[in-house]
Design a protein around this ligand. Structure first.
Ligand code: NAD
Length: 464
């Protein structure tokens, strides 16, 4: 079976390589046609995608899938369609005076065959947003979606086959074994979205082929309440940002930092804000379930460990429901968790929010800089000096001020991590550039060819 998968995988890759060799620079009409077919795929099958993802999660509302995935991907495709001609244009760049009247140009060129490996948490967005950028840049695209969303992955594979020739865009389904074989192929670029642990393995596999990689990874993203913040809007925003997709979001606030002495009061207000968003859990279609029993058990064990070590755990279950054998997990706010616990060390990736207290802005910055560089950072407040210090003295993939998550939705900004939370970026023009070779071309003038740089050097150097 594995051998058969490997043969299929190699055949799919070779087919795309050959197609790229036949047409190494698809013109703008060909690229627009591919992007429009991708748009049609998202429009014509929206209900099927929502249904498949709902079934894979064991409960995720179509609203959440539309809002956080389908609308985002469509906006990205429309943005690419409207900017494609300027992105594709050769760019004139200055030429230093000694070379005049020659001219410099930067010519964006497709790389070839791009591999995309995507995770389960936003399966639609994280497969198709990178595919948008890769197609816009004129590449062939192979996607390996997650085995944890099997209905979605099978649906994507069959719909992709209806909307695209396999040498344009193809989907390879399978688990980690297929993933390993996939990233061992000599792609012209790989974009991997997933955990930091697997990201390291992907980087090693890509290095063997000198395949450039973009790594979109995870980590513990902090939210900081400055003493100057508006607490009502800040708690509402963190409640939303943490509980979207039940916390299974790469840029969810992982933990919350609040001024010393305010932890108990803020925990109470947060619990109120969470209860307002989700007055019921078990039968509330707006509240997403945890993706698998294994992930559910992991989250429960993270909480049990800190409870056993004396932390306070506030469960936000306003209707006092019993979740039976569903994979729903009530929001939890945790105070006084010891730092050497898994909850405080690992990316949580679920609806559990630890709160820690800090003394002043230097202490908050020191705490963040004592850990891996995060994918996202959220800062709430009005104090411009404190805000400037946090922005200048911490390094993170992206920042939203006075809200959560919003920086990811900006097509005019790059999205990507830094250090253990990732390398490289995409979205909008950054995606186009990631999947292009920006080729510098020097165009010599008939007046400039030969001459002063050629030997005999003596006379030239005596003049300079
Ligand atoms: P994961 O790393 O377990 O799996 C991601 C993908 O890699 C899956 O398709 C999987 O089949 C494949 N895979 C597994 N082992 C592999 C291997 N050895 N070689 C090649 N491929 C392999 O991640 P996950 O659990 O699906 O996703 C959750 C993680 O993804 C979290 O850490 C989250 O923060 C991160 N994430 C990051 C972003 C971002 O944009 N930065 C977005 C979403 C999720």
């Amino acid at each position: 079976m594995l051998q058969q998968n490997q043969d299929n995988l190699s055949a799919a890759f070779d087919r795309q390589k050959a197609a790229f060799a036949r047409d190494p620079f698809p013109d703008i009409d060909a690229r627009r046609d591919r992007l429009r077919r991708l748009l049609a795929l998202t429009e014509d099958h929206e209900a099927e995608f929502c249904g498949a993802i709902d079934a894979d999660f064991g409960g995720r509302s179509a609203h959440e899938t539309r809002l956080a995935e389908i609308i985002v991907v469509r906006a990205g495709i429309r943005h690419a369609l409207s900017h494609l001609s300027s992105w594709m244009a050769d760019k004139r760049v200055p030429t230093a005076m000694p070379f005049w009247p020659a001219r410099n140009r930067l010519v964006p060129q497709p790389l070839g065959v791009v591999g995309i490996v995507s995770p389960w948490n936003y399966p639609f967005q994280l497969a198709l947003a990178p595919a948008t950028a890769a197609l816009a840049a004129g590449n062939r695209v192979l996607i390996k979606p997650s085995e944890l969303t099997p209905r979605f992955s099978d649906l994507l594979a069959s719909l992709a086959a209806q909307h695209f020739a396999p040498d344009e865009l193809d989907v390879i389904v399978g688990g980690p074994d297929v993933g390993k074989a996939f990233v061992a192929l000599p792609f012209d670029h790989l974009l991997f979205t997933g955990s930091t642990t697997v990201g390291r393995q992907v980087a090693v596999a890509a290095a063997a082929n000198l395949t450039p990689v973009t790594l979109e990874l995870g980590g513990k993203s902090p939210a900081i309440f400055d003493p100057s913040c508006n607490l009502d809007t800040a708690v509402a925003s963190v409640a939303y940002g943490k509980l979207l997709n039940a916390g299974q979001t790469c840029i969810a606030p992982d933990y919350l930092m609040v001024p010393k002495g305010q932890g108990a009061a803020i925990a109470g207000r947060l619990a109120g804000a969470m209860a307002k968003l989700y007055p019921r859990i078990a039968d509330n279609p707006d509240y997403t379930a945890i993706i698998s029993d294994r992930h559910h058990a992991r989250l429960t064990s993270l909480v049990e460990e800190v409870r056993a070590r004396g932390a306070e755990v506030i469960e936000v279950n306003p209707a006092g429901e019993n979740f039976g054998n569903t994979r729903k997990l009530a929001p939890m706010i945790v105070r006084n968790a010891p730092y050497d616990t898994r909850l405080m060390q690992e990316e949580i990736f679920g609806p559990v929010l630890p709160i820690i207290e800090y003394g002043d802005v230097s202490e908050a910055i020191g705490h963040i800089n004592g850990r891996d560089r995060p994918l996202a950072l959220y800062w709430f407040g009005k104090d411009k000096a404190a805000r400037r210090r946090v922005l200048r003295e911490t390094v993170s993939g992206g920042v939203t001020i006075n809200d959560c998550l919003m920086h990811i939705a900006q097509e005019n900004q790059p999205f990507g991590g830094v250090g253990p939370s990732g390398m490289g970026a995409y979205h909008g023009e950054w995606g186009f550039r990631t999947f292009s070779k920006e080729k510098p071309v020097f165009v010599q003038s008939p007046l400039g060819a030969g001459g002063m740089m050629h030997p005999p050097y003596g006379a030239t150097f005596e003049r300079t």
